[in-house]
Design a binder for this molecule. Structure first.
Ligand SMILES: C[S@@+](CC[C@H](N)C(=O)[O-])C[C@H]1O[C@@H](n2cnc3c(N)ncnc32)[C@H](O)[C@@H]1O
Length: 363
C-alpha cells in the first residue's frame, strides 16, 4: 500500500514525462532534462537489491519514459524518436503551462537584472526549470523545496551528472562514497546559489526551517501544481507564510480548477484522480478563477493577473511563436485543447512591491 504522500510525490513523474515528451518533440528545449531523468533512473535501479524487483521497476520506468530506459541504467535518447510520446493535445497543454510560467519569471528577472533576487520553488519535484534559470541569471539564488525522498533523488541526479553539478556549483566532496552512505545522508544540498530543502510544506511554520531564505531579498515564489494537493487550510497557511515572512514578493501559482463544473471534463478529471488515489481538495473548493482570485485576496495578496490557460494561450503568445509551435505536429483537437486549458489557472500576485505583470489578465 502506498501512503497518500507517496501518491502525491509520484505526480512529479507525470509532470516529468509530459516535459520529456515536449522536449523530444521540440516544444521545449531543455538541456538538463535528460540528465535529471537519467539520474532518477539510476537512483531507482541502484537502490534495489532483488533482480526480480529491479526488472519490474525498470519496466515501470520504461513505461513512464517512453521506452527510453537504457538497459545499463539512465535514459537513452537516440535520433529516432519513440513511436509513442504524449498526444499532441497533452504536448500543447504542457508547453503552454511551461511557457506561460517562463514568461512571468523572465519578465520579473529581466526587471531585476542588476540586483540580487531569489526564487523559491514549492514542490519543485525533479523539474529542471531552476537549473535553466540559474545558468541564465548570475544574480539569482534558488531555493527548491519538496518531500525528503524527492529531494534525495534530485540530489543524487545533481551530484552524479556533471552538467547539473556544474550549474548548481556543487563541490566534489559533497558526494558520499557509497550508495548506502548516500541513502543514509541528508537529502538537502546547499551551495552558494542553490538550496535543495527536504521539507513537508505542511510543517512549515518558522523561517528557521529555511535558513537559506533571505527575507529582505526581492523574491518570486512559484507553486506549480503543488499546493493543490494540500487541504485548503494547509495550502493557505503555506501561501500566507511567505507573504508574512518576506518583505516583498511575487507569487506565481499554477493549479487545476473546475472540479465542481457540471461539464464532463471536470468530472473526468475527478474520476481519473480518484482512480489513482490522488487527493486534490482545491479542485472543488477553489474551482473557478474567481474563487482562486478571492482566496488570494482574502490572504492579503494584491492580484495582478488571474487567467485560465485558454486565455493565456490566445492572449499571451505571439503569432509567430504559435505558428512555429503549430508546425511541430498536427493538432486536430483544438476544442479539446481549449477545454483542457480552461481547467488550469495561472495567478500572479504580489506584496510589498509595485511590480506588475505586462500580460493581460482575464479578470
Ligand atoms: C505534480 S508535481 C509538480 C512538480 C513540479 N512543480 C513541476 O511542475 O514539474 C507536485 C510536487 O509537489 C510536491 N508536494 C506536494 N505536496 C507537498 C508537500 N506537502 N510538501 C512538499 N512537497 C509537496 C510533490 O512531492 C511533487 O513533487
Amino acid at each position: 500500500m502506498f501512503s497518500q504522500d507517496q501518491i502525491t510525490r509520484s505526480t512529479d513523474y507525470d509532470a516529468l514525462s509530459c516535459r520529456l515528451s515536449c522536449h523530444l518533440k521540440g516544444y521545449l528545449i531543455d538541456k538538463y532534462l535528460e540528465k535529471e531523468i537519467s539520474g532518477i533512473i539510476r537512483f531507482k535501479l541502484l537502490s534495489i537489491e532483488s533482480e526480480f524487483k529491479r526488472l519490474s521497476v525498470k519496466r515501470q520506468l520504461s513505461k513512464q519514459f517512453f521506452g527510453l530506459v537504457d538497459p545499463k541504467g539512465g535514459l537513452k535518447v537516440s535520433s529516432r524518436l519513440p513511436v509513442v510520446l504524449k498526444s499532441p493535445v497533452i504536448n500543447r497543454g504542457t508547453w503552454i503551462r511551461t511557457r506561460s510560467i517562463d514568461l512571468v519569471i523572465d519578465q520579473w528577472l529581466g526587471e531585476n537584472a542588476t540586483s540580487k533576487v531569489q526564487l523559491v520553488i514549492l514542490g519543485s519535484g525533479n523539474d529542471t526549470r531552476g537549473f535553466r534559470l540559474l545558468e541564465k541569471h548570475p544574480n539569482l539564488s534558488l531555493i527548491e523545496i519538496d518531500f525528503e525522498e524527492t529531494c534525495r533523488i534530485k540530489k543524487y541526479s545533481i551530484l552524479n551528472e556533471i552538467a547539473l553539478k556544474t550549474v548548481v556549483d556543487a563541490k566534489e566532496n559533497q558526494i558520499p562514497d557509497t550508495h548506502e552512505a548516500f541513502i543514509n545522508s541528508s537529502a538537502s544540498l546547499s551551495t552558494p546559489r542553490y538550496h535543495l530543502i527536504p521539507l513537508d510544506l505542511r510543517q512549515l511554520s518558522s523561517v528557521s526551517q529555511l535558513p537559506s531564505l533571505d527575507p529582505a531579498l526581492p523574491t518570486l515564489v512559484l507553486t506549480e501544481c503543488c499546493v493543490c494537493y494540500m487541504e485548503d487550510n494547509e495550502s493557505n497557511r503555506v501561501l500566507q507564510f511567505f507573504r508574512e515572512n518576506l518583505q516583498s514578493g511575487v507569487l506565481v501559482m499554477y493549479d487545476p480548477i473546475g472540479g465542481d463544473s457540471s461539464a464532463n471534463y471536470g468530472q473526468i478529471m475527478l474520476q481519473n484522480l480518484s482512480m489513482r488515489g490522488i487527493q486534490m481538495p482545491s479542485l472543488l473548493k477553489y474551482s473557478t478563477i474567481e474563487k482562486q482570485h478571492d482566496r488570494l485576496r482574502e490572504l492579503g495578496f494584491s492580484l495582478t493577473n488571474v487567467s485560465d490557460l485558454s486565455f493565456v494561450y490566445t492572449h499571451w503568445i505571439d503569432q509567430p511563436e504559435l505558428v512555429s509551435i503549430n508546425r511541430l505536429e498536427l493538432l486536430d483537437e483544438l476544442e479539446e485543447l481549449s477545454l483542457i486549458n480552461k481547467h488550469y489557472c495561472l495567478l500572479v500576485s504580489s506584496w510589498g512591491t509595485s511590480w506588475r505583470l505586462a500580460f493581460p489578465s482575464q479578470i
